[in-house]
Design a protein around this ligand. Sequence first.
Ligand SMILES: Nc1ncnc2c1ncn2[C@@H]1O[C@H](COP(=O)(O)OP(=O)(O)O)[C@@H](O)[C@H]1O
Ligand SMILES: [Mg+2]
Length: 273
Amino acid sequence: MKKSNVAVEHRDTVALPWYEECEIAVRSHPLVMLVGKPGCGKSRFADWISRKHTGLAPVVTQGTPNMERYDFWGSTGLKDGATEFIDGRMVESLKSNRFMVIDDWMAIPPEVRGELLPLRASDTVVNPLSKEEIKLSASWRLLATTNPESARCRGNAAVARALLDGFVVCEIPDMTTDMIADLLHHNFPDASKAMVDAVMDEFGKFRRLLPGDRDSGDATTELSYRAAEQTLKLLLGGMRMSSAVKMAMIGKYILDEDLHRAAKLKADFAEAT
Ligand SMILES: Nc1ncnc2c1ncn2[C@@H]1O[C@H](COP(=O)(O)OP(=O)(O)O)[C@@H](O)[C@H]1O
Ligand SMILES: [Mg+2]
């Protein structure tokens, strides 16, 4: 990819309170794991820090259980009628000195992840498939993200621990309600204060349906910033509040029958009063 495609100035990102320490982590260590629930701001931070430190967007890839070593390191393919080795995402990142961001790191098969870890130690790395020797820039970084549940429950604990050992781990807190309101104002400067307040009112009702101590850390039991943002977008698109809440907040609970019923009851009750 040509430099001009990725050399975008910082997007308009608000530095959240945890950014400062995570930035030190990224400055100080090549492998950083961002752990937090969906919607807490992991991907946005990874993008922000990459642009800030390299002037370039990161190479981003979504981790999946089907991933193979070829996805990262490359494979032989046809290019302009001739066979040649086509670099994978990791090599692309290393050679262009862009940060590598791997979302849902824990979803990737352990043996594929394991092959990426020599990156932590040396200043050169050998592509295990092409045998090419690649120089590692001192400023190159791998940022991996995961949510807490998949960090805990996937596969063999001993292997998982060994694979985590090279990372420093940044635990990202959930966004507070105030933070969410601030981000809404920031990201939607055209929305009136009354409209954002109304969204936050609804968000307060539906964000968490379980009492605090029963928070399992499970994404299905709690709404994220995204639900508030989507509600606001629907309102700005002309939808009435009750429908917007249904689509952007209550709908998120369909994964859990009991919570979904509870959310709908709450909405009916609110509408009746
Ligand atoms: N610092 C920020 N400034 C502005 N918007 C943000 C910020 N952090 C997160 N957001 C917004 O919140 C939403 C969720 O953030 P994201 O980074 O995608 O979460 P995660 O990767 O943890 O699931 C996105 O719409 C994102 O644009
Ligand atoms: Mg993300």
